[in-house]
Design a protein around this ligand. Structure first.
Ligand SMILES: [Zn+2]
Length: 54
């Protein structure tokens, strides 16, 4: 889970449990898959399904 309250970066809506989300992020260059979770928390932009479909 995310340490911070997940929020859509477009509409600022709080992401609800079991909601489909999209995360826009740069794939880390030199780090492995284990770093992805931390990467999302610091640099990922969470987009709710509604905004992604616009
Ligand atoms: Zn949204």
């Amino acid at each position: 889970m995310f340490k911070i309250t997940p929020q859509c970066s477009v509409c600022k809506k709080e992401i609800q449990a079991n909601e489909d989300i999209f995360v826009k992020m740069k794939y880390p260059k030199s780090k492995g898959m284990t770093e992805i979770k931390a990467f999302i928390e610091y640099q990922g932009k969470i987009i709710c399904e509604e905004c992604n479909n616009k």
